[in-house]
Design a protein around this ligand. Structure first.
Ligand SMILES: *[C@@H]1O[C@H](CO)[C@@H](O)[C@H](O)[C@H]1NC(C)=O
Ligand SMILES: *[C@@H]1O[C@H](CO)[C@@H](O)[C@H](O)[C@H]1NC(C)=O
Ligand SMILES: *[C@@H]1O[C@H](CO)[C@@H](O)[C@H](O)[C@H]1NC(C)=O
Ligand SMILES: *[C@@H]1O[C@H](CO)[C@@H](O)[C@H](O)[C@H]1NC(C)=O
Length: 325
């Protein structure tokens, strides 16, 4: 009797905590650091991913089918830096009537990096114009100029950075021009912390701005050993009433605090066949009217291979993002 009550309580809580699987449609689409946008004129979703000078995928729906079609800058970035033909970590948004895509130029583990920007009227392959560098970094500084994210709220703010002393944010006067120089405001992470891929998002339904970031070790294609359990990539968040922070986790600690356990509230970690989810972006889907998180993950049963496209709905009604069906 006692045992069966305990067993049913356990299964109830397992149900309550079950994290939904990614929406169908992305499980064969190889991506890293995906970012998404919908073009209402062509009625197409566009996902942009690290690789091949920013790969483009299109789909008529969030559940696919996703079709690979060309690259944003097939002839490389005009930024004169090692890595300008291997662009990373795109961030797409729609500003003043055009699609705006920030990208990173770097080499693995190097601070010789730059964030560039390209624009397009349609988001289609062949339509992108490169404007070159917006933020750069050099060895010895506190930040690395990679992992860009633009938010258009009380002006334009560019969030960037990964590892080193953390994630930073500067204001822009327009999409190509700094309003004040980097590093700007420190918004998350700290020296020695594997915090990257900052993304600021305000759901239409909420008064808060949320800073999502990826924390931990991201397995690359070809990895042979997993990091210790719990140290793999996961998506964490903090929130603020301002797009410029300070962003605070559910326990009341700013994301910039150096604490153990580390600051930030869990949004999405490994579950079921989803291992090490991260490289996330968040989007208000105009078709469903719902918020979605878009990320990459490695299938648990295919560790050592590439990562795939994950998309899930988010619910903010509790005041914090929860992955829901
Ligand atoms: C790829 O994009 C080009 C340019 O917009 C378009 O003409 C073509 O139909 C697309 N191909 C596929 C398979 O979607
Ligand atoms: C890339 O370069 C090739 C060869 O010069 C050219 O034909 C093509 O139009 C260029 N593509 C873009 C998108 O600029
Ligand atoms: C942004 O502002 C700079 C400096 O005022 C100007 O040179 C540049 O043309 C502007 N860029 C855009 C895309 O409006
Ligand atoms: C993953 O690595 C394997 C082995 O090196 C390679 O054949 C494959 O093309 C890679 N896949 C991707 C998507 O990079």
């Amino acid at each position: 009797m006692k045992f069966s009550i305990l067993a049913s309580l356990l299964s109830l809580s397992a149900l309550a905590w079950a994290v939904p699987n990614p929406l169908p449609g992305g499980s064969s689409t190889v991506v890293r650091d995906p970012t998404i946008i919908y073009n209402p004129s062509s009625k197409k979703y566009f996902v942009f991913s690290t690789g091949e000078n920013i790969q483009i995928f299109t789909s008529p729906s969030l559940t696919g089918p996703w079709t690979r079609n060309g690259s944003v800058l097939p002839n490389c970035s005009k930024i004169n830096l090692a890595g300008n033909c291997a662009l990373w970590a795109p961030d797409v948004s729609f500003v003043n009537g055009q699609y705006v895509l920030y990208y990173s130029v770097s080499s693995l583990g190097s601070q010789n990096s730059a964030i560039g920007v390209a624009t397009s009227k349609t988001a289609e392959p062949g339509s992108w114009t490169d404007w070159g560098a917006v933020v750069t970094s050099t060895p010895g500084g506190v930040y690395n100029a990679i992992d860009p994210n633009l938010i258009n709220a009380n002006g334009l703010h560019l969030t960037f950075g990964s590892y080193w002393d953390g994630i930073f944010q500067i204001p822009l006067t327009n999409i190509t021009t700094q309003a004040s120089p980097p590093p700007g405001t420190h918004v998350a992470g700290n020296s020695g912390r594997a915090a990257e891929g900052g993304f600021v998002y305000k759901p239409p339904s909420s008064q808060y701005y949320f800073l999502f970031f990826s924390d931990g070790v991201t397995p690359l294609n070809g990895s042979t050993t997993r990091p210790p359990a719990g140290q793999e990539y996961k998506v964490l968040v903090g929130r603020s009433t301002s797009p410029t922070g300070p962003f605070v986790g559910q326990l009341g600690h700013a994301l910039t605090e150096n604490l153990n356990p580390p600051t930030g509230t869990l949004v999405l970690g490994s579950h079921d066949n989803v291992y090490a989810p991260g490289g996330q972006s968040v989007y208000h889907d105009p078709v469903s009217g719902r918020d979605v998180i878009v990320y990459h993950y490695v299938p648990n049963d295919a560790f050592g291979g590439p990562s795939y496209l994950g998309i899930n709905y988010l619910d903010f009604s509790s005041g914090w993002p929860v992955v829901v069906s």
